[in-house]
Every structure is written in C-alpha cells, then in structure tokens.
Design a protein. Structure first.
Length: 183
C-alpha cells in the first residue's frame, strides 16, 4: 500500500487525538511508523494500525476505518485539488475514479494497486458502485465516499448491499447524495 495512505491516517489521528495518541497506536501496532508518501508498505501494517487504534480508542474497527477513509478523502482533496475542482458534486467526481484518477495514480506510482469501481444506476436514480480490491478495504471506500461528499457540501447514504468479506467477488454499494454537510 502506498505511503500516502499511512500519511493521511497519521494526520487524521494526530489532528483528532494528538501526537501522543499516534505514538501509542504505533507502539500498540508494533510498527515503526516512518512512512514516506511514495514508498510501498505491507497492507498488514494498515490492518495493525486500525486494530491498535480500535483497541486504544475503544472504537469498532469498521467504524474507525470508515472515519479514517472520511479524513483521508478530505486530505486527498487538499493535496490533489485538481481531481476535485472540475466537479460540482460527489457523483461526477466518483465517476472519474477509474478513468481519470486511478490512471494518474498509476502514472506517478507505477506499482500502485488502487481498487476498481464499476458504476450503474438503480431505478430510483441512486449510484450503484461495485468495489473490487484484493485488500478488501470496503469500509475505507465507504469512508472516502462520505469524505468526498463532505468536500462537496453533501451528505451521503451508503447501503453496503454485498460484501467481499462475506464471500462475494466484489462489494456493491447503493449510494445517494443530498445537500447538507459543509465543506
């Protein structure tokens, strides 16, 4: 996994809980915590950080991962505004993940392995996303969707219809957006 994700996780924990909390999470996880944005790190380190944070903060791992995704999305918007500014709302932004954002990530980081998304629409006009990733970080994806919605001044409602962690080949989310959250 690219170091940028670890950098965003560190920033989120420090901003919300302070440097001492981040140091405690690193110690509890048994990892060094010296992450550079361009390097690759074992996926297991993120799993260890989430597990440690969950125990230390007394938060369910899925909820913590969704929160980290929300914060990471906002951090990405700050670092890479050129991906966000062409869009007025969350839905068109998300539709660029496979065709614009992830190819750019692969150009800059050829060894990156971002998830793949499929897009459809249901009869109610909701966005139906199919998420495929060997990492199975669907909670992170849900949090990142919510963070993107916050960036665009919207709220998102994500229904996790099907999950890879329950044996499916891919996760499927039904997502609706409404005006609401401030950027």
């Amino acid at each position: 996994m690219k170091g940028i994700i670890f950098n965003l996780v560190e920033e989120a924990v420090v901003a919300e809980h302070g440097d001492d909390a981040w140091d405690a999470v690193l110690a509890e996880a048994g990892v060094a915590g010296a992450y550079t944005s361009l390097d690759l790190y074992p996926d297991e380190e993120l799993v260890a950080l989430v597990g440690a944070g969950s125990r230390l903060l007394d938060v369910e791992p899925g909820a913590l991962t969704r929160w980290l995704g929300h914060q990471a999305s906002r951090g990405l918007a700050d670092r890479y505004p050129h991906f966000f500014t062409p869009h007025a709302s969350t839905r068109p932004f998300l539709l660029t993940l496979n065709d614009v954002i992830h190819p750019e990530v692969r150009k800059v980081h050829p060894n990156a392995d971002p998830p793949d998304f499929g897009f459809d629409e249901n009869a109610e006009g909701d966005l139906v996303l199919t998420y495929t990733s060997r990492r199975r970080l669907c909670d992170l994806a849900i949090g990142m969707i919510a963070g993107a919605a916050t960036h665009y001044g919207e709220t998102s409602h994500v229904n996790h219809d099907v999950c890879m962690k329950e044996g499916a080949d891919a996760c499927r989310f039904t997502v609706s957006f409404a005006p609401g959250a401030g950027a």
